[in-house]
Write a protein that binds this ligand. Structure first.
Ligand SMILES: NC(=O)c1ccc[n+]([C@@H]2O[C@H](COP(=O)([O-])OP(=O)(O)OC[C@H]3O[C@@H](n4cnc5c(N)ncnc54)[C@H](O)[C@@H]3O)[C@@H](O)[C@H]2O)c1
Length: 539
C-alpha cells in the first residue's frame, strides 16, 4: 500500500487501543510500528509499573519525554508511532507533534477501565481516580488531534491480547480510516478529520478553512475514486454561482431553485430526469453542494436513483455544516408535513469548508446558529458554556467541529431514530409544524426551530433556560414570537400532532424535553392543553 505524506502518531487515553492500531496500520503500510511504552521499557530494562514504584511518576515522565521527543524528531513520512497516554502532558512533546499527523483514538471511559484495569498499569488501579484522569486529559487530546477516530467496539477489546499479538484481532478503525488519513496528510494545514460511523456505513468528514480552494476537490482528497465513479453535482442557483466546483471535479452541475419551497418531489423528479439525460450510472456518485435543502434533496435523489448511488456532501450553510450534512437523513417536504418522504442514506464523505460561510447572508447565519444552540443544549458542558456566552454567530471551526462530533456520536449509537437519536429533534416538533402551516415560506428552518426550542423549554418547565434562550435568539435578531403570521394556534398544534415522529394511530408526536443543558429526555408525551399553552405563548 502506498505510504503517507506525513508520519502518523496515535495518541489517546490508556486502553484506547493505540498499540493495536499502530501495529495494524504499520502492517497495512508495510513498515514497522514504534510503541513508546514498549521502547521505554526496553531502555529502562524493567516495566513502567516498576519504574513508577522505584522512582515515582516524575522521574518516569522525564524519561518518557526524552524518548518520545527523540522518536518524534526522527519520524518521517509514513512512519507509525503509538505514544503512551500521558506523554502528551509534556509541552515539549506537544511541540514535537506539530509536523506529524496526530490521530486521537477515542475510547469510552468504561471500556478504557475494563481494558486497563488488571493489566499492570500504575494509573489504572483506582476507578474514581481513573475517571478523573480521563476527564482531565480529554481536552488536551482533543486540542492536539488532527484526526478523531471514535470508540471502536468492533475491534480488539483486550489490551493484554493486543500486547501479545499487537497486529492481531479485527481490523481496527484506524485501518478502515487509512485512505482518509492518507487524504488528510495532503490536506491544507489545520484541516481535521472526523471518522463517522453508523450501522450502515462509515465515512470521512474533513473540516478546514480554505479546504475547497486548496485541494478539497482534488483526486487526492476526494472520498470517491474518480477513475471509476464520476460525480454529478446538485446545487442551488445561488450556491452554484458562488462556489461551483472546478469543471474537472464533476461531470455536470444540476441546478435547482433555492429555498425550502423547492424541497419537493417535483424538484427531485427534475433532478432524476437530468441525471438520466446526462447518462449517470449506478457506478457514479452525487455531490450535494449547498445548504440543508440541497443536502436533503440531493441525498434523497442519491438514495433512490437506480436504487441508490453514493453521495458526497459539501455543505455551505451553518445549518448544513453543524447538522444536516451528517447522519444520513434525506428527504423532501409534502404540503401536509415536513420531511414526510425520505430515506436514510449515509454519505460517502463530507467536506466542510467554513470559508464558504463568508458569502452567507447574516440572516442565514443567524438561523444556522439556532442549530448550534440546539446541539449545545443537547451536549451541555463546555460546548453549551461557550455557545451560550458567544456574542455573535460566526461559524468558527471549533464550534462546527464540536457540533459535528456531538451529532456523529449520537448517530453512531442510533442511526435510525430508534432511541437516543431522537434528542436531535429538540425544538423540531413544533418548529416543523410552524414551517408546514406557514407554507415553508415565512420562516427559515433555523428560525422556526428557535420558536420550537422556546416551546420545548416551556413544556420542560425550564423557565430560566427558556428566558436565556429567548435572550440568545433576540440578540441575533431571531424571532421569538409568531407575530404577523396569521396562523392559528390550533393549526400549529394539529400539525405538531401529525409530526412523523409519532407511532401508531391516534398517538401524538413524542417530545424532547430538557431538564438542564446536557440533560435531555426523549419520548415525552405532553397533554394537548399544555402543548396549546406553549404554542399560545409564542403568539
Ligand atoms: N437531514 C438532516 O439531518 C437535517 C438537519 C437539519 C436541517 N435539515 C434541513 O435543512 C434545511 C435548512 O437548511 P439551510 O438553512 O441550510 O437552508 P438552505 O439550503 O435553503 O440555504 C439557505 C439559503 O442560503 C443560500 N446559501 C447556501 N449557502 C450559501 C453560501 N455559502 N453563500 C450564500 N448563500 C448561500 C441558499 O441558496 C438558500 O437561499 C431544512 O430543509 C431542514 O429540514 C436537515
Amino acid at each position: 500500500m502506498a505510504t503517507l505524506d506525513r508520519a502518523l502518531v496515535f495518541i489517546g487515553f490508556m486502553g484506547a487501543g493505540k498499540t493495536t492500531a499502530a501495529y495494524q496500520v504499520a502492517d497495512a503500510l508495510g513498515v514497522d510500528a514504534l510503541d513508546s511504552d514498549a521502547l521505554l521499557e526496553e531502555r529502562l530494562g524493567h516495566s513502567i509499573a516498576e519504574e513508577f514504584a522505584r522512582n515515582g511518576e516524575e522521574a518516569f515522565r522525564a524519561k518518557e519525554e526524552e524518548l518520545v521527543c527523540e522518536l518524534l524528531a526522527t519520524a518521517g513520512p509514513g512512519d507509525v508511532t503509538a505514544l503512551g497516554g500521558g506523554s502528551v502532558l509534556s509541552e515539549r512533546v506537544c511541540a514535537a507533534l506539530e509536523p506529524h499527523l496526530t490521530v486521537l483514538l477515542e475510547v469510552d471511559v468504561e471500556v478504557a477501565w475494563k481494558r486497563a484495569n488488571g493489566v499492570s498499569r500504575p494509573l489504572s488501579r483506582d476507578r474514581d481516580a481513573f475517571a478523573m484522569l480521563y476527564e482531565e486529559r480529554r481536552p488536551l487530546y482533543e486540542e492536539l488531534a488532527d484526526a478523531f477516530l471514535p470508540p471502536d467496539l468492533r475491534s480488539i477489546t483486550n489490551v493484554a491480547e493486543a500486547s501479545t499479538h499487537p497486529a492481531s484481532g479485527t481490523p481496527s478503525v484506524a485501518v478502515r480510516a487509512l485512505p482518509a488519513l492518507r487524504a488528510l496528510a495532503v490536506a491544507p494545514a489545520g484541516t481535521r478529520l472526523l471518522w463517522a460511523t453508523a450501522e450502515s456505513g462509515e465515512y470521512p468528514v474533513f473540516i478546514g478553512s480554505g479546504l475547497l480552494a486548496n485541494g478539497g476537490w482534488s483526486d487526492a482528497m476526494w472520498p470517491m475514486d474518480r477513475s471509476v465513479s464520476r460525480g454529478w453535482c446538485v446545487s442551488d442557483e445561488t450556491v452554484a454561482a458562488l462556489h461551483a466546483p472546478p469543471p474537472d471535479a464533476v461531470e455536470a452541475l444540476v441546478r435547482i431553485p433555492p429555498g425550502e419551497r423547492h424541497k419537493t418531489l417535483a424538484t427531485a423528479e427534475r433532478v432524476w430526469h437530468e441525471l438520466v439525460a446526462d447518462g449517470m450510472t449506478r457506478a457514479d456518485h452525487v455531490v450535494a453542494l449547498g445548504g440543508g435543502v440541497v443536502g436533503d434533496l440531493a441525498g434523497f435523489c442519491a438514495a433512490t436513483y437506480q436504487r441508490g448511488v453514493p453521495i458526497v456532501h459539501v455543505p455551505t450553510t451553518l445549518v448544513a455544516q453543524v447538522d444536516s450534512a451528517y447522519g444520513g437523513k434525506t428527504g423532501v417536504d409534502l404540503p401536509e408535513a415536513k420531511n414526510y418522504v425520505g430515506a436514510y442514506h449515509q454519505p460517502a464523505g463530507v467536506l466542510v469548508d467554513p470559508d464558504t460561510l463568508v458569502t452567507l447572508p447574516l440572516a442565514e447565519l443567524a438561523a444556522g446558529w439556532v442549530e448550534v444552540l440546539k446541539t449545545a443544549l443537547i451536549a451541555g458542558g463546555a460546548l453549551w458554556e461557550r455557545v451560550s456566552l458567544a456574542s455573535g454567530c460566526d461559524g468558527d471551526e471549533r464550534t462546527i467541529l464540536d457540533c459535528a462530533r456531538t451529532k456523529l456520536a449520537i448517530v453512531a449509537a442510533d442511526e435510525r431514530d430508534a432511541g437516543h437519536r431522537q434528542v436531535l429533534n429538540l425544538g423540531h416538533t413544533v418548529g416543523h409544524a410552524i414551517e408546514t402551516v406557514t407554507g415553508y415560506a415565512r420562516y427559515r428552518h433555523g428560525e422556526a426551530v428557535g420558536l420550537g426550542l422556546l416551546a420545548a423549554l416551556r413544556l420542560s418547565g425550564a423557565d430560566a433556560l427558556r428566558g436565556q434562550m429567548r435572550e440568545l435568539l433576540l440578540a441575533r435578531g431571531l424571532p421569538v414570537t409568531l407575530d404577523g403570521t396569521g396562523v392559528g394556534i390550533e393549526e400549529i398544534v394539529a400539525a405538531t400532532i401529525r409530526d412523523k415522529k409519532r407511532v401508531g394511530a391516534g398517538s401524538s408526536a413524542p417530545f424532547v424535553l430538557v431538564d438542564a443543558p446536557g440533560e435531555v429526555r426523549i419520548g415525552c408525551h405532553v397533554p394537548r392543553d399544555e402543548l396549546s399553552a406553549a404554542v399560545a405563548e409564542l403568539a
